[in-house]
Design a protein around this ligand. Structure first.
Ligand code: ATP
Ligand code: HMH
Length: 522
């Protein structure tokens, strides 16, 4: 669907919180394409208005024509008009161009109390009201339009809005922003009772956020409404959604910390939070980034005596056997976690992949258990702290039942082993004491499994929200750190540790039928 084109006709705020600047942000935040014609240049900031410059109206007309001569406009939002000559120019243009939707914010006085409309222009503004489909006065502006005293209660606001709607034949969005109390309700009022269900008013409850930073809320609201109503035509849905967005943007206003006075709202806070600001990375780019970010962990693994000695063959056989026994313990639970991934997988391909990995891991455990390690050794071996810590990290992810987190946590077992295995394999020769181990992880099939695991995790990262992405990386990084601790444990386990003294373990060829199983001994 093409974004709706919304034209803001309003004054400026060089600090970006109100006027045209706020309108363009609000239109964009609501999914529209924003355009802007300037009625007045306002030297203002979050503290107040200093000076107003209204350019000649001939130039205003030239701006308006430049837009309408070229672009099909879906909606117009009108804000600050400044004086009667500006109002006449805009009115004439509206009559000629007849945009499909006009939302008028009858800006008269800024939040700071400064006048933004010449008092003698009020009558001209009244003449423009009937040209609008919706007007959005705040409580003081509503009172001026009703020619009544300012409302002190929400009920009075609604009554005034009904009278103004009837008198000018226009829908009114009555705003509760200036009320005191814990609520900030708004209401759509139509004296002609043309709202859905033949209603003459619909209330939109809202909580009041306790903040002084509400500069430009009125501008933002009217521009957002013009966009949303033009986009889907459903007035009730539009006001509901816009109010939710506005409340969210007010809630995040404090974090902007712009200016010393009444600061602006954070128009994109929700979008930033839900969608992030990253450009659309591919799955592979995401995981390249992950790989780069765990470089310190990878280098720590390369520097371990265990890893270096495994490569050059000088590793003590007892230490290697102890490692294999721990690995057998590890693999039993690792297989369970891969099975959890299979259970939650979104596609049959992924389900089959993780299930095969689960099978391969437990098959490898059985092989170690039954053949490579003496029968009762694994039973007698207590899990070392590094084993328990790693396994607990994975089992916790499985217990929480989030697919994305589980597959991020199991990935280092593939990826680090494949990476280290490939590099250590350069040292392999037929007489190498650990040739069996080295051959397993430099294996073609294991490389393909690792590639697929990376691909599935990468796709999940791409689909995930920024928050889930961060948690996925955390699960991945922690697992990578556990890998390093696991490799460090065999040579770090000293006297008094839970280490049993295993006999030398004969190394066999890699297991047939387990070729897609992930890292650790097979
Ligand atoms: N503190 C607040 N918490 C939540 N919503 C608020 C708050 N203040 C204003 N609003 C909402 O913001 C919108 C604008 O209301 P308000 O009556 O303040 O308009 P305004 O005076 O024209 O705004 P401004 O002149 O500050 O641009 C309404 O939807 C209102 O309910
Ligand atoms: C330009 C402009 N329009 C509207 C308001 C009302 O907030 C403002 N402060 N400045």
């Amino acid at each position: 669907m093409r974004p709706v084109r919304v034209l803001s006709i309003a004054g400026t705020d060089p600090t970006g919180g109100a006027g045209i600047q706020a309108d363009l942000k609000s239109i964009a935040a609501q999914g529209g394409y924003g355009m802007a014609v300037v009625t007045a240049l306002v030297a203002q900031n979050t503290r107040g208005v200093r000076e107003v410059h209204v350019p000649p109206v001939a130039f205003l007309a030239a701006q308006l024509d430049a837009v309408s001569d070229d672009v099909a406009i879906d909606a117009v939002k009108i804000g600050m008009l400044g004086d009667a000559a500006v109002i006449e120019t805009v009115t004439a243009w509206l009559e000629r161009v007849a945009p499909p939707l006009v939302v008028l914010d009858p800006v008269m006085i800024a939040t700071s109390g400064d006048r933004l409309l010449a008092p003698e222009a009020e009558a001209a503004l009244r003449g423009l009201l009937a040209r609008a489909d919706l007007i959005t006065p705040n409580i003081p502006e509503l009172a001026i339009l009703a020619e009544e005293p300012e409302a002190r209660s929400w009920d009075t606001v609604l009554e005034q809005a009904r009278r103004v709607s009837g008198r000018y034949g226009v829908r009114v969005l009555a705003k509760g922003g200036h009320l005191v109390g814990s609520a900030a309700p708004d209401a759509l009022v139509d004296a002609a009772a043309t709202l859905p269900g033949g209603r003459s008013w619909v209330e939109f409850p809202g909580e009041r956020i306790n903040t002084p930073h509400t500069h430009g809320t009125g501008c933002s609201l009217s521009a957002a409404l013009a966009t949303r109503i033009a986009a889907d035509g459903d007035w009730i849905a539009a006001v509901t959604e816009v109010k939710r967005w506005l409340t969210e943007s007010i809630r995040h206003a404090d974090t902007l910390a712009v200016g010393e006075g009444h600061g602006p709202i954070s128009h994109f806070a929700g979008l930033w939070q839900r969608g992030g600001i990253d450009t659309d990375r591919t799955a592979a780019e995401h995981l390249d980034d992950w790989w780069r970010r765990i470089a310190p962990i990878r280098h720590a693994a390369d520097d371990l005596a265990f890893v270096r000695q495994l490569g050059d063959g000088s590793l003590d056989r007892d230490a290697f056997s102890w490692y294999l026994a721990q690995d057998a313990l590890y693999l039993r639970d690792y297989a369970r976690v891969l099975a959890a991934a299979a259970q939650l997988a979104p596609t049959p391909e992924e389900q089959a992949f993780w299930a095969q990995g689960a099978y391969g891991s437990i098959a490898a455990e059985l092989q170690l258990h039954q053949g490579w390690l003496p029968e009762d050794e694994v039973f007698q071996t207590a899990p070392a702290p590094a084993t328990t810590a790693y396994v607990d990290h994975l089992l916790a992810a499985a217990a929480r039942g989030e697919y994305e987190i589980i597959i991020a946590a199991v990935l280092p077992c593939y990826w680090l082993y494949q990476d280290i295995g490939t590099r250590l394999h350069a040292h392999s020769h037929p007489d190498h004491p650990y040739a069996g181990w080295l051959d397993t992880y430099a294996d073609e099939t294991f490389a393909r499994s690792t590639e697929r695991a990376i691909e599935y995790v990468g796709e999940a990262v791409r689909r995930a929200t920024p928050q889930t992405r961060a948690r996925m990386f955390d699960a991945f990084e922690r697992a990578a750190a556990h890998e390093v601790a696991f490799f460090a444990a065999p040579l770090a386990a000293g006297p008094g540790s839970s280490r049993v003294e295993p006999q030398a373990v004969p190394l066999a060829e890699p297991l047939a039928g387990t070729e897609t199983s992930p890292g650790h001994a097979e």
